[in-house]
Design a protein around this ligand. Structure first.
Ligand code: FA5
Length: 343
């Protein structure tokens, strides 16, 4: 009895589906034959009142019917959709101007950093890294800057809140911390650079920001001299600026180098005439440099006087300012898209 009913539903459904001419009508048929209130669904609901044997036979027929009707529905739907496709409306005018896609790109400082890394890689330097939140030991003590020594005041420091730890923690003021971290784990000879972000509690102006980047260089062996320092720097500048750059070393003081220098290059923005990028000096202070103090080697466990090395810490922003002729360092972190989009 039920089987006959199901077969009748199937026949009616298939006949009506095949005759249909619109997607709306097809949907109505789907509801009529398979919907929640359809005769077919009622039959499925009544299966529970049958004997187990009957339930099995009728259940199988009902299932097969459902699958068949659904597949005919799907086929018809496909056919109707293809028929109703409006090619004229979908026509594309390939002569219309395209919408310009807004694409992001690397920040100029990242670009510069990668460029620097490539140049130094090509000269056999490894890239080393260290944390931005640093302990007093790595930022100061191991660099021969004892507690209560006036040299600590050379770099205004953001001290972090003491959280019950024995050691004080700072936002690192220089990338020189990486020198120590690297030397603790390696034995000379080696050459590394360490680009990274540093922080200082100072008032800002056209050449000073509170957050900026340095890149440290450290080359250690048994016979490294100021000559190596100058040569590597000159090679780097000529590759980086693709121009001859004049270098000036001025005597200076850093506790972790002896002798120490301020490292200047001639201002490439104004060609040495004087502008806001070089504070009208014609020269730009790029960073500090020197021959590694033996006290630093001793702090990392190297024997005294066995090794010699040079180190420098250059300002990445200052290099970027020269390369792109930018007259205010604060633009880099201004978030001003008009500035960023130019790179
Ligand atoms: C140092 O930080 C030393 N660690 C450099 C060094 C490394 C010396 C290794 C010897 C051996 P100084 O405080 O001078 O030195 O900073 C180095 C460079 O960082 C500066 O010459 C400048 O280019 C850049 N710099 C310093 N302060 C700022 C700032 N507030 N904003 C932007 N750049 C800065």
């Amino acid at each position: 009895m039920l089987e006959e009913k199901i077969n009748k539903i199937k026949e009616d459904a298939l006949a009506e589906i095949l005759a249909v001419e619109s997607l709306a009508q097809l949907n109505d048929l789907r509801i009529k034959f398979l919907g929640r209130k359809s005769e077919f669904t009622n039959i499925l609901k009544s299966l529970k009142d049958l004997t187990e044997q009957e339930r099995k036979t009728v259940g199988q027929i009902a299932n097969a019917t459902k699958i068949e009707v659904e597949s005919v529905l799907a086929e018809k739907e496909k056919e109707l959709k293809e028929k109703s496709f409006d090619f004229a409306a979908e026509k594309i005018d390939v002569t219309m101007p395209a919408k310009k896609l807004q694409r992001g790109h690397l920040h100029p400082l990242s670009k510069i950093q990668y460029e620097i890394e490539d140049i130094f890689n090509s000269m056999g330097f490894e890239i080393a890294d260290g944390p931005e939140v640093e302990t007093e030991f790595y930022n100061f003590d191991a660099l021969n800057i004892p507690k209560d020594h006036p040299a600590r005041d050379m770099q205004d420091t953001f001290w972090l809140k003491d959280e019950g730890k024995d050691e004080k923690v700072v936002m690192r003021t220089q990338t020189s911390d990486v020198q120590i971290r690297f030397m603790e784990k390696h034995t000379p000879p080696f050459r590394i650079i360490a680009p990274g972000r540093v922080f200082r509690r100072e008032s800002t102006d056209t050449t000073h920001d509170h957050t900026f980047h340095q890149f440290e260089a450290l080359m250690v062996g048994e016979d490294i001299t100021v000559g190596n320092l100058k040569f590597v720097a000159e090679q780097f500048f000529s590759k980086f600026f693709k121009a001859d750059v004049e270098i000036r070393l001025r005597p200076s003081y850093f506790p972790f180098t002896e002798p120490s220098f301020e490292f200047d290059i001639n201002c490439l923005v104004c060609g040495g005439k004087g502008c806001s990028s070089c504070k009208w000096a014609g020269w730009l202070e790029l960073g500090g440099a020197g021959i590694v103090n033996q006290n630093v080697f001793e702090a990392v466990g190297y024997p005294r006087n066995k090794y010699q090395g040079f180190a420098w810490g250059f300002g990445l922003e200052r290099l970027a300012m020269m390369k792109y002729k930018i007259d205010d360092v604060r633009l880099f972190h201004s978030g001003d898209l008009r500035f960023i989009k130019q790179f």
